[in-house]
Design a protein around this ligand. Structure first.
Ligand code: DLL
Length: 437
């Protein structure tokens, strides 16, 4: 396979040079951060006077971690490190609880961010010949405008379709010969189910690839989308605090996400001890942005759980690869004392061919006990009035789940297309338990 690089020099920079680059950029970022009220206080309290305190990569450890709570407390301008007049764009986190967190960009920040997104897109094999339909939310969410700019930078024809309205999405795909789409994996699954429902002939479309991210999904879900839509799906990771998409992305080898280490410093820590984990071990990802002047964020605890690959990638890029992010430290469910990540449930059900494209996890209190219900759709081909095979399928799902999560769930089967569909990030877990009980 021949791999294509957007910026071959930077993407294949030998590790010692990459680390020297990071140290240099870290010094610049610390200097910049000291201009923001929050970091002026935080860094001074930690005894950091300026960039001269950073002589080796290990000196990064002198900087205290930044948390989501810190960002909330700094709202709205506590992290701003440039005059307000220099800021040309803001985005906000998609969080639905508490004070929002806002991220600011100056013109240079936007240019650098766009460069990283273009690098991701081009690295999957896209070229100017492609037609790119960006089926993700535009607005305060970074996914829409971030990919839009990256797609234009590559020179593709970008269709800013946004999320939702599946019928119109099909018309756009047909009319303009869309070859590449971007969406959350849950929306891609919804699009596929709708295609079958509306009788859209896949063979009349020119789709080749999809970028899927912004939420966790399993390898089986990826395979399912690839098989059903007959496309290549590339995993895309990012977060608003680190610009948005474009932090880590799969290359044509499709095994692990290259984290762009010339733009970000990544650490993986044990979330309990806050110590670095051993190489290849799973832990919480901590990121420092090296490519933003308006809003530098240092050692940010992402709460995302992942590990580094220990082997280099056959594509020749020197930037380390992250394992698929399966969950967050804060999405773990405790059900009757058993710790369960929603991704464990997805892994089991999406591996079953009879299961449809959508599912929901519900937890309730029944007396003193927690009750877990897994609701899954069946494929459109399944007859809902034929109870014998349905009962057998229900039992199979229950049994396999029990073996995997050591907790006995109730299983409900639903007709294809009957569970609430999501256009953006899917809400998969409904926890109905009283908050303090
Ligand atoms: O979701 C940015 C983005 C847009 C990424 C488009 C990819 C594509 P936030 O709304 O701030 O930003 O949410 C960030 O989403 O900390 C992860 O928990 C989760 N997440 C993002 N990508 C993935 C992925 C955007 N590929 C939060 N796999 C992150 C698993 C992901 N989780």
């Amino acid at each position: 396979m021949t791999f294509q690089y957007w910026n071959k020099k930077m993407e294949t920079l030998p590790r010692p040079e990459l680390e020297a680059w990071q140290l240099e950029k870290l010094r610049e970022t610390v200097k910049q951060a000291l201009r923001a009220p929050f970091y002026r206080k935080r860094l001074t309290e930690a005894g950091i006077r300026g960039p001269e305190d950073f002589k080796t990569p290990g000196d990064l450890g002198r900087i205290p971690f930044t948390t989501k709570q810190d960002l909330r407390e700094g709202f709205p301008y506590g992290f701003l490190a440039v005059p307000r007049e220099e800021v040309v764009r803001l985005h906000a986190s998609s969080g639905t609880t508490g004070t929002p967190t806002t991220i600011y960009f100056n013109a240079g920040d936007l240019k650098r961010w766009t460069g990283f997104v273009a690098r991701c897109i081009y690295g999957t094999g896209c070229t100017r010949a492609d037609v790119f339909q960006n089926m993700i939310t535009y607005g305060l969410f970074t996914g829409g405008l971030g990919f839009h700019a990256g797609g234009e930078e590559v020179g593709m024809l970008v269709i800013p379709s946004g999320a939702g309205n599946t019928t119109r999405q099909f018309h756009l795909m047909r009319d303009f010969g869309t070859t590449v789409v971007h969406a959350t994996p849950s929306f891609l699954l919804h699009v596929e189910a709708k295609m079958r429902e509306e009788g859209v002939n896949r063979e009349h479309l020119k789709l080749k690839r999809a970028f899927a991210g912004a939420e966790p999904y399993s390898e089986d879900t990826r395979r399912r989308i690839e098989d059903l839509l007959k496309i290549d799906v590339y995993n895309s990771y990012g977060l608003s605090e680190m610009n948005g998409p474009g932090v880590a992305f799969e290359c044509q080898h499709k095994d692990g996400l290259h984290l762009w280490e010339d733009g970000y410093i990544a650490e993986i820590i044990n979330p309990d001890t806050l110590e670095p984990v051993r190489d290849g071990e799973r832990g919480e990802l901590v990121l420092t942005v090296l490519c933003r002047e308006a809003d530098p964020i240092l050692r940010y605890r992402t709460r995302d759980l992942t590990a580094f690959y220990t082997e280099p990638c056959p594509c020749g890029r020197t930037h380390r690869r992250l394992c698929r992010i399966k969950g967050r430290t804060d999405d773990m469910l405790i059900i009757n004392g058993v710790n369960i990540f929603p991704s464990q449930i997805e892994e089991v059900i999406m591996a079953m061919g009879e299961v449809g494209n959508n599912y929901l996890i519900e937890i309730e209190k029944e007396g003193e006990l927690d009750r877990l219900t897994v609701k899954t759709e069946v494929t459109p081909e399944t007859f809902m009035d034929d109870t014998r095979p349905l009962n057998a399928l229900k039992e199979k799902i229950r049994h396999t789940l029990q073996a995997s999560i050591t907790c006995n769930p109730r299983v409900e089967l639903h007709e294809s297309g009957s569970l609430p569909a999501s256009e953006g990030k899917a809400v998969r877990v409904i926890d109905k338990r009283p908050r303090d009980g």
